[in-house]
Design a protein around this ligand. Sequence first.
Ligand code: SAH
Ligand code: SF4
Ligand code: F3S
Length: 479
Amino acid sequence: MTHTKTLYIETVGCQMNVLDSEMVVASLKRQGYELATSIEQADTILFNTCSVREHAEEKVYNNLAHLKKMKLAHPEKTLGVMGCMAQKDQQAVFDRAPYVDLVVGPGQLHRIPDLLTKIRDGEGPQMAVSLGRRDGSQADIRRSHETFDPLRDPAMRPTPFQAYLRIQIGCDKFCTYCIVPMTRGPEQGRDPQLIVAEAQELARQGCKEITFIGQTVNSYKYAEGEKTTRLADLLEMVHEIEGIERLKFVTNYPKDMTRELLQTVHDLPKCSTYLHVPAQSGSDEVLKRMKRGYTTSDYFDMMDRINEILPDASISSDFIVGFCGETEEDFQKTVQLVERCRFKNSFIFKYSERPGTRGAELFEDDIPEEVKSRRNVELLAVQDAISLEDNMQFLGKRMTVLVEGPSKVSIKKGESGPIRQMMGRTNCDRIVVWEGNERQTGNMLPVLIHDTGAFTLFGSVETAEIKPDVIEMPSFIRS
Ligand code: SAH
Ligand code: SF4
Ligand code: F3S
């Protein structure tokens, strides 16, 4: 009797990991795997991990500890750890959880199908990781971080009409707090021809919205002979592809937010006017210790450029509170920066020391946990008040949203379609919900906004206009 192989995969971390999981699932489906909805039903269990903060790692180790009993009772099940923590901890994953079968870094994911076969054939635990930043020639190190060219399968995406497209691998910025340059290796722009081909394939599959991803996506560069391709050029190339309706890119590095790029976003109607450009801190002393490579004054200049060229753009940021040596005065400067920049939203993190980074080596993690927590809550309150105030401007306005599907509330309530609360995003990345129909999913629809919170706009879809002799059907009913 042939037995279908079943896979359960759990993903944490950034968009890179979401895309990596999608590709791993697609490659395993080609090998005959089916997705299981629970760990119990699966014979292969994979954790796609993140190392950016200690908390994210501890959660995975706790999950693994919980699975020990199950694994010992069912040795035929395969338990794997992939992603950034696998790359960072390597053998240490086996040391902490000896019953793990597989450890695979994010640059080696293409080897997972073969490694799983080896494990099943009784060859014992397997590990595949990329080279460290000093463990070989530059070319070898780079190659070891290039995982497979995506085998895309629209069924693998949470929403088939939206997709991430990696344009850049790794990072060379070496911010002192950050582990990513170690887990994802050297910064490398992917070949523009591969990127365009992938975008064409996505469009052919019915994808309408593409988000280019890279750790510092606007630093993207690809040199070939005399010619250097930059992000602005990529946007122009992909903009021409029929079927693609919206283009986004994350995450941006403040120093590389050039006039040329902003002008391109302005000139290309499919480009979303949403820019995620983490500031990290409002204190020049802290920024210097973080080795971010810009001052607050550079950041304000960038904001001025954005406001001049893209006055309707919405900007979001990341902040780390409680970085080594951050005084109350430093923190208040961050509060002031948030008040001055009026971000659409901010992601705020408490500093988490990462062994292997320059920050861990050079500075003491000297801000007490309660101070970090208080600063986190305070900054969040400042940001939320701004988000709510800013959202007021949309009351009574009509905004075009790309419908992503039922809202979180609707899913939580267990509503079943077709009539239920729906959710979509505007061109400036604001979340909108309304009482709608599941069949609206995947369409661009005008929504009239009549209420708002700090994170969500509430609206209604206007009914189609009925002309005397032609009944105009809303686009979501046309099949
Ligand atoms: N490449 C992106 C972000 C990578 S990590 C960029 O440069 O902006 C996402 C966010 O996690 C960072 O922006 C930072 O705010 C946060 N982060 C990174 N390392 C951290 C650490 N050691 N402790 C707490 N937050 C951290
Ligand atoms: Fe980390 Fe800095 Fe690179 Fe972002 S730019 S991934 S924060 S090192
Ligand atoms: Fe985490 Fe790796 Fe992304 S450390 S944030 S999953 S690049």
